[in-house]
Every structure is written in C-alpha cells, then in structure tokens.
Design a protein around this ligand. Sequence first.
Ligand SMILES: [Zn+2]
Length: 56
Amino acid sequence: MAQNFLKVTCKDCGSEATIYSRATSTISCTVCGATLSIPSGGKANLIGCTVVEALD
Ligand SMILES: [Zn+2]
C-alpha cells in the first residue's frame, strides 16, 4: 500500500505517464514540460495531472 505507481494523464496535453506515488522529486510531463507532481510530506502531490488508475 505504501509503494505504488499511478497512471496519470497530463492536464495540459493529455499524454499518459506513470509516476511513483511517493516520488521525492518534481515530475514533469515528458511531452509538454508541465509540472505533474511535486513532493509533499513524503507523498507526491498531483497538481498537473489526473489519475487514471492505481497500479500495484
Ligand atoms: Zn503534458
């Protein structure tokens, strides 16, 4: 439960990305460069993307 990945889509360009739910660094969209997630207290804070599904 503590370690899982999320499939997300970028709000700006709609491209899919897989990000770690507890990523400790800022994650940017590889297509348009928008910020998808920023670290927040050990948990990724999704700010520029929408979760499609959680991957185990
Ligand atoms: Zn994008």
